[in-house]
Each structure stands twice: as structure tokens, then as C-alpha cells.
Design a protein around this ligand. Structure first.
Ligand SMILES: Cc1cc2nc3c(=O)[nH]c(=O)nc-3n(C[C@H](O)[C@H](O)[C@H](O)COP(=O)(O)OP(=O)(O)OC[C@H]3O[C@@H](n4cnc5c(N)ncnc54)[C@H](O)[C@@H]3O)c2cc1C
Length: 226
């Protein structure tokens, strides 16, 4: 039976103080705010909004489970209802963050992990890397510019930036092109769990590609942002 707890509901709607808001590349922001002892599993998201407003948007948690704050990475969209407002936040302002929700979480002790992101879709993977320092994975990140890689040092040698609009990074071109070339040269271990996060065009294409190369559907995990 579902039970309603007024205390839990109040906690969900309590304003959380903004600690910092940094534009780390053009239109790409890292927003840090209070966590207020909220627990979550790496890979989950929050429904974020502003006090006294009903609009909420989902944001994957970028910070790790051991950080005592929440961080989200967001792109300011031209005319985007919420992100235009989030970009204006200053330390001391407040946000509402409901959740956590979602099941884009890791299986127990995965032996082989392939993580593929576009843009801000790197967030749950950053959270995995920060939360599980011994995790072994290969991470492919599709970005338009070198500056959009966010925090490449966090991932060690397992990170490949596929930069489409300028030179730099480990590969010049789209992440899907990189993966096609790599799969043709080195087939994946069939026990690999593959996690795909970001825009739906990349996810549809990579999902079909990995399935064609023999990855079973129960090892393909997706989080579609838009
Ligand atoms: C589970 C989940 C997790 C998400 N996590 C993140 C996250 O960590 N970081 C993040 O920036 N966004 C994330 N999103 C997208 C986010 O919820 C919003 O849709 C986005 O921030 C735009 O909100 P807005 O109110 O500014 O724009 P809106 O006024 O709602 O719409 C603006 C337009 O932008 C498009 N759009 C939305 N997101 C993007 C994007 N990232 N790049 C290009 N076009 C986009 C929409 O399709 C729409 O046409 C997530 C979405 C889901 C469903």
C-alpha cells in the first residue's frame, strides 16, 4: 500500500541553496547546490525547478554519492524555459529538486562496461566515476567543441572525446563514426553492458549498431534526454 508522508513531501519541496554556478564552456553550466542529506544511486536524476514555480525539468546527477552537495551539468537552450533561468542563478539563490528518480543504474559487479554519451549526457557517467573510484569502463563522449568535454581528467585513460566541430580530443568526428570504426576493428566482449545517454539520434543509432554487433538487448541501457 502506498503511504503519504508529509515530512518526506516537505523535504522534497524545501528550497536548496545554490553554492556555485559556473559557465565551463559557452552555454554549458555546472550548477552546485545543497544536498540536504538526500540519498541517491549513481545514474539517477532530479526534477529541478525554481521556488514558487511549477515547471520542472529532469537533470541527471553529475556529482558523486560521497559529495555533500548536488551538481548538475546543463546546457542553456536558446528560449529554453528553465535553462535560461538556471543560467542566471547566483550563490545564495535557491532551487527545488524533487527525487531522485530513475533506474539508469549499474548492475552489480559488471565485468565490462561501455559508456557512450553526447553533450551533457556525460553526467550519469561522471557520477559513476566519482562514486565508484575502482570502476573499470570505456567512455566515449561526443561533443561539438573541446571545451564541452567538462572534466576529462576525472576518467583517467578510459575516456575518448569525439569532437565534431573543431580539431582536438582523441577523435575528430561523431561518436557514432568512432564506434563503427572501433567495432569493425575490435569486436566487443559479449558480456559487455552498454550504457547510452544523451540525444535520441545518437541513442537510436548506437543501440542498433551494438545490437547488430551481437550485444543482447538486456545489456543495452538507455537514458534519452530529448
Ligand atoms: C531523464 C532526463 C535527464 C536529463 N538530464 C539532463 C542533464 O543532465 N543536462 C541537461 O542539460 N539536460 C538534461 N535533460 C534535458 C532537460 O530535462 C531539459 O529538457 C533541458 O534542459 C531543456 O529545458 P528548457 O526548459 O530550458 O527547454 P524547453 O523550453 O523545455 O525546450 C527547449 C528545446 O530544447 C530541446 N533540448 C532539450 N535538451 C536539450 C539539450 N541538452 N541539447 C539540445 N537540445 C535540447 C528540447 O527538445 C526543446 O525543443 C534530461 C532529460 C531527461 C528526460
Amino acid at each position: 500500500m502506498l503511504s503519504f508522508s508529509p515530512a518526506a513531501a516537505a523535504k522534497q519541496l524545501a528550497p536548496l541553496r545554490v553554492l556555485s554556478n559556473t559557465e565551463i564552456a559557452a552555454d554549458l553550466f555546472l550548477l552546485r547546490f545543497e544536498r540536504n542529506d538526500r540519498s541517491f544511486e549513481p545514474g539517477q536524476f532530479l526534477a529541478v525547478g525554481l521556488p514558487r514555480e511549477t515547471h520542472r525539468r529532469e537533470y541527471s546527477i553529475y556529482s558523486g554519492v560521497n559529495d555533500d552537495f548536488f551538481e548538475i551539468l546543463f546546457r542553456r537552450m536558446p528560449d529554453g524555459y528553465l535553462t535560461m533561468r538556471l543560467a542566471e542563478l547566483r550563490p545564495g539563490d535557491a532551487v527545488i529538486a524533487e527525487g531522485p528518480e530513475g533506474s539508469f543504474t549499474l548492475p552489480d559487479s559488471p565485468e565490462h562496461l561501455l559508456l557512450v554519451a553526447t553533450g551533457t549526457g556525460i553526467s550519469p557517467f561522471h557520477c559513476y566515476a566519482r562514486s565508484y573510484p575502482d570502476l573499470s569502463f570505456r567512455l566515449l563522449h561526443g561533443v561539438r567543441t573541446v571545451g564541452e568535454r567538462a572534466d576529462p581528467a576525472e576518467y583517467g585513460g578510459s575516456y575518448v572525446a569525439c569532437v565534431s566541430r573543431e580539431m582536438g580530443g582523441e577523435y575528430h568526428g561523431r561518436v557514432t563514426s568512432y564506434l563503427k570504426e572501433e567495432l569493425a576493428a575490435h569486436p566487443l566482449d559479449p558480456t559487455t553492458h552498454c550504457f547510452l545517454c544523451g540525444n535520441c539520434d545518437m541513442i537510436y543509432e548506437v543501440y542498433a549498431l551494438l545490437h547488430r554487433y551481437g550485444v543482447p538487448l538486456d545489456r543495452l541501457h538507455t537514458e534519452v534526454y530529448f
